[in-house]
Ligand binder design. Structure first.
Ligand code: ATP
Ligand code: MG
Length: 220
C-alpha cells in the first residue's frame, strides 16, 4: 500500500473544509456517496460512525483546543470520549503523542500559556493520539512563521514515513505544497478542478493555476 500526502488547494470558500467534514460524517451530503476505504460513510447510521471516526484524526481550521483544559487533557479528550482506555493507557498514549510533536514537557500547561505554533502541534497530537490510519489537517500552516511551518511539514512527513499514516492537508501555503505533496487536488467552486503531482503543478500552463501559485509566491 502506498502511503501518501495529499494536498487540497483552492480559493477561500471553494469547499475544502466542507469536504473534510464530510469524510468522518460531521456533515451529511444532500446527494451522492462518500467512501472511506471500503466503507460507504453515507450508508452508516450515526451510532455506526465510530468505526470510520477511529480511522480518521482531524486537525481543525483554527486548532479548536479547549481553553479550560490542559494540553494533556486536550490530547486525551478523544480517548476519553470515544474509547474505553484505562487512565494508565491514556497517559501512555497522550505522552507518546506529545513526544511526537516535541511537547511532552508542556503537558501541564493551558493553551493560553503556549504559542500559536505550539497550539497547532497540540492539535496535531490530539489528531494522532487514537492511532488513526489517516489525518486530515485544515490549514495547519495558517498564522505560522516559515520556520514553525517547516516544523509542521516535517511532522507530517514523519507521520507518513515512520508511522504509516495517510495525510490529507488543506493549505494555502504554496511553499509547503511543493515540499510535502505526493498528490494535489485543486478545487474550484465545490468541484475538483485539477489533480496532479507537485512537479506537474509547477510546470502547469493553466492560467488559473499559475495565478494561484504565483499569487501565493509573491506574498512570501
Ligand atoms: N454548514 C454549512 N451550511 C451551508 N453552507 C456552508 C456551511 N459551511 C460552509 N458553507 C458554505 O460552503 C462554501 C464552502 O465553505 P468552506 O468552509 O468549505 O470553504 P473553504 O474552501 O474551506 O474556505 P477557506 O479557505 O476560507 O477556509 C462556502 O460558500 C460556505 O459559506
Ligand atoms: Mg476552510
Amino acid at each position: 500500500m502506498c502511503i501518501v500526502v495529499l494536498v487540497i488547494l483552492g480559493g477561500s470558500g471553494c469547499g475544502k473544509s466542507v469536504l473534510m467534514k464530510h469524510l468522518p460524517g460531521l456533515m451529511q451530503p444532500t446527494q451522492g456517496q462518500i467512501w472511506v476505504g471500503d466503507c460507504e460513510v453515507t450508508a452508516l447510521k450515526e451510532r455506526e460512525m465510530g468505526q470510520v471516526r477511529h480511522q480518521i484524526g482531524m486537525m481543525f481550521q483554527g486548532g479548536a483546543l479547549f481553553d479550560s483544559m490542559t494540553v494533556f487533557d486536550n490530547v486525551a479528550f478523544p480517548l476519553r470520549e470515544e474509547t474505553d482506555c484505562s487512565e494508565k493507557e491514556i497517559e501512555e498514549r497522550v505522552m507518546n503523542a506529545l513526544e511526537i510533536v516535541k511537547l511532552a514537557a508542556h503537558a501541564h500547561k493551558f493553551p493560553s500559556d503556549i504559542s500559536g505554533g505550539m497550539r497547532k502541534r497540540v492539535a496535531l497530537a490530539r489528531a494522532v493520539v487514537d492511532h488513526p490510519a489517516c489525518i486530515i489537517y485544515d490549514e495547519p500552516h495558517a498564522g505560522l512563521d516559515p520556520m514553525t511551518a517547516d516544523t509542521i511539514d516535517r511532522l507530517i512527513k514523519t507521520l507518513q514515513n515512520e508511522h504509516a499514516i495517510t495525510n490529507i492537508v488543506i493549505t494555502h501555503e504554496i511553499r509547503s505544497v511543493f515540499r510535502i505533496a505526493d498528490r494535489i487536488v485543486f478545487m474550484k467552486e465545490g468541484r475538483v478542478y485539477w489533480t496532479g503531482t507537485s512537479a506537474e503543478l509547477q510546470a502547469t500552463s493553466d492560467p488559473f493555476l499559475r495565478d494561484f501559485i504565483e499569487g501565493n509566491a509573491q506574498e512570501d
